[in-house]
Design a protein around this ligand. Structure first.
Ligand code: SF4
Ligand code: SF4
Length: 299
């Protein structure tokens, strides 16, 4: 992969020798999807502004600033399938296979928690054949990936309301959760029958059932009664397919999350895309309500 540095004088020579139209002129940058890595551009640059960079994710990122908790709204399976002239179920199947690569990449990068929005409480309103196909896919994903996830030292968890899920799905969730409970790698939180508001409502119900008074209510108490109290706030939320909303995902833990929206459809969201999202996150300044000056002084 070739990159153009800030030394660039915008002379345009590199673009004129690129046979693949892989250099955008103006303030030039390399269009990675078109670049064949031939290296011609680097040879002609008068100021040596073009260089080959490693495609190894760990070499493109600041490994001291890997987000601890990433959430992904995996959107675009239906549109991806439509683009291929196939039905939505085909897209969901392809999307499920993408999960495998992203979990592995996140684990390899040292991400501690990955929350994947697989099925929301609102998704029950979809056509019944699609709901039933999605549930079957989730079940078969849990079964087929169980040993591989365990071998990768992943901890598996359900995040969502267990009520409403079929006995078969619950059984497979329980087997995976039990098998991987002592692992120490990435925690995969599969959000099924999940809604951010539902999670908060369920937490409040638990608090009331425990006999707390309104004067006892604090942020800490609510956080302690969410589905998984040990799960930290999200550092980064990624949404694929170009939609720019968070759709009731992790409302409580998303208070200070960085948001990253990409037009890439979920079945096309690969390691490179994950690295791009993390690079964007690493270039943001997180303020948590403070001023820029305060944060800069702290850094
Ligand atoms: S040849 Fe070098 S200086 Fe000229 S536009 Fe390309 S990168 Fe910039
Ligand atoms: S490496 Fe080759 S294909 Fe890629 S931008 Fe440079 S000249 Fe174009």
């Amino acid at each position: 992969m070739y990159k153009i540095s800030k030394k660039c004088l915008s002379c345009g020579t590199c673009a004129s020798v690129c046979k693949f139209n892989a250099i955008k002129i103006g303030f030039p940058y390399v269009i990675t999807e078109k670049c064949t890595n031939c290296g011609k551009c680097a040879e002609v640059c008068p100021v040596f502004a073009i260089s080959k960079v490693s495609e190894e994710p760990s070499e493109q990122l600041d490994m001291t600033k890997i987000p601890s908790h990433i959430g992904i709204i995996m959107d675009g399976n239906g549109r991806w399938a439509q683009n291929q002239g196939k039905n939505r179920i085909f897209g969901h199947t392809k999307g499920a296979s993408r999960v495998k690569d992203i979990v592995k990449c996140a684990n390899d990068l040292g991400v501690k928690h990955l929350s994947l929005y697989a099925f929301s409480v609102e998704n029950w309103a979809r056509p019944s054949f699609e709901v039933s196909a999605l549930m079957k896919l989730i079940q078969s994903y849990i079964i087929s990936e169980r040993n591989a996830l365990h071998a990768e030292n992943v901890v598996f968890r359900l995040l969502g309301r267990i009520e409403g899920l079929s006995k078969d799905v619950v059984k497979e969730i329980d087997i995976s959760t039990e098998l991987m409970k002592n692992n120490t790698g990435l925690t995969l939180n599969l959000c099924i029958n999940y809604g951010g508001r539902t999670e908060i409502i369920d937490a409040i119900k638990k608090i009331i059932d425990k006999g707390y008074k309104s004067s006892d209510i604090t942020e800490k108490l609510i956080a302690e009664n969410l589905y998984c109290p040990v799960l930290p706030d999200l550092d980064l939320i990624i949404r694929t397919s170009g939609e720019m909303r968070t759709s009731n995902f992790h409302l409580w833990r998303a208070a200070y999350s960085e948001l990253y929206f990409t037009s890439v459809l979920w079945p096309d969201f690969d390691k490179k895309e994950l690295v791009k999202a993390i690079q964007t996150y690493q270039n943001r300044q997180r303020r948590f309500g403070k001023t820029q000056e305060q944060v800069t002084t702290q850094e």
